[in-house]
Design a protein around this ligand. Structure first.
Ligand code: UDP
Length: 343
């Protein structure tokens, strides 16, 4: 398993090791420059590449690292799998779809309600990114190119591959809490940002009003989809799979409201009088940020090939995740807040 996404890889590793009767080995190495990489790929039946910078706050502020880690550094893994006839499961992203066609329609166009203009299909939807100066898209573009390269290795050299496009996987241990188990200046993804705000009793920050829409899937459901891919090569090879939950769609503002409610329930603390505040994307992420407007995965292919469907509702997954966040971090955050600030 090649990974940089530490938390997701350890969750996946645990799940796989149990279900595959402990036939997995763990080697910690840097895929950029470790001479052991080819030998390890040769020894294994399957390589799963999760190595990536995959935090939106990095895409416009560290575009070079983003492009290198998602494209250049992934090249040797693809090459060694192809040359040694080894199977590859490569983790990509739903962000390769970019923006929906619907977002370019006039605001009052009835076509905006038509799923043909927003549901994202692996074999039909275009990939629509913003201009180069919007460096947000450095990630999506690098991921798109590595997908195309893997696909071409499959077409020209017979590489057996599966590409996974995660749609906002969330759950316990998927990210870091700034200043507790990650850098205090770091900006994680939305679930951890909002958890951090709730733990610190500060308003949740809605970027550009929190209008963007997302579908969230519970990481435990998503890992089941990956297990099906591993166990069913004949049905998974040669395919790109959306892995998400189309039933769990909310705006970011609705997510903030729901998390406020759920956190109040699991922590037995009253919600703040002013639970959210608006911030501009420039202020929050810096120059070059841009956003995907809406992300609904089409489930036809994963359903047909693997019979997989997500199970967990947004409320249930937030309840279990925020129970975990409260239990794991509330005390540490309280201590961090009470420490005097060095002058
Ligand atoms: N977002 C927000 N407040 C935060 C963090 C994120 O409003 O504190 C928004 C962000 O602008 C985006 C959405 O939440 O519209 C999801 O962001 P995330 O970083 O989880 O990843 P993305 O889905 O954009 O890849």
């Amino acid at each position: 398993m090649a990974t940089d996404s530490e938390n997701l890889s350890s969750l996946l590793f645990q799940a796989l090791n149990i279900s595959l009767s402990f036939r997995i080995q763990f080697h910690r190495l840097n895929i950029k420059n470790d001479p052991r990489l080819e030998g390890l790929i040769k020894m294994a039946d399957l390589t799963i590449n999760l190595a990536a910078i995959c935090t939106p706050a990095d895409y416009n502020t560290r575009p070079l690292d983003t492009i290198y880690s998602n494209f250049i550094d992934a090249l040797p893994v693809v090459k060694y799998c192809s040359e040694n006839s080894k199977r590859l499961i490569h983790f990509s992203t739903c962000e390769v779809y970019g923006k929906t066609i619907g977002c370019f329609l006039p605001k009052d166009s009835p076509l905006r309600q038509d799923p043909a203009y927003f549901v994202l299909k692996e074999d039909a939807s275009p990939c629509i990114f913003g201009p180069i100066e919007k460096q947000r898209w450095s990630y999506a573009c690098a991921k798109q190119l590595i997908e195309r390269l893997i696909y071409a290795e499959g077409a020209e050299n017979g590489l057996e591959f599966t590409i996974v496009r995660p749609f906002n996987w969330i759950g316990p241990r998927m990210d870091f809490i700034p200043g507790i188990d990650g850098p205090s200046e770091g900006v994680p993804r939305v679930l951890a940002c909002f958890s951090n705000n709730l733990l610190r009793h500060e308003p949740l920050k809605l970027v550009d009003g929190g209008k963007s829409q997302r579908t969230f899937v519970y990481v435990k459901d998503a890992i089941e989809a990956v297990l099906l891919m591993i166990e069913n090569p004949a049905r998974a090879n040669g395919h790109i799979f959306n892995v998400g939950n189309p039933n769990n769609e909310v705006t970011v503002k609705q997510l903030a409201e729901m998390m406020t409610q759920v956190y109040s329930k699991v922590s037995a603390e009253p919600p703040l009088d002013i639970p959210t505040i608006d911030v501009s994307s420039e202020e929050f992420y810096g120059e070059g940020y841009d956003d995907s407007d809406k992300r609904i995965p089409d489930m036809t292919i994963i359903n047909r090939q693997l019979g997989w469907n997500p199970k967990t509702s947004l409320w249930d997954l937030l309840e279990s995740t925020l129970t975990y966040q409260h239990r794991t971090y509330a005390e540490a955050v309280k201590k961090a807040i009470s420490k005097p600030v060095a002058s």
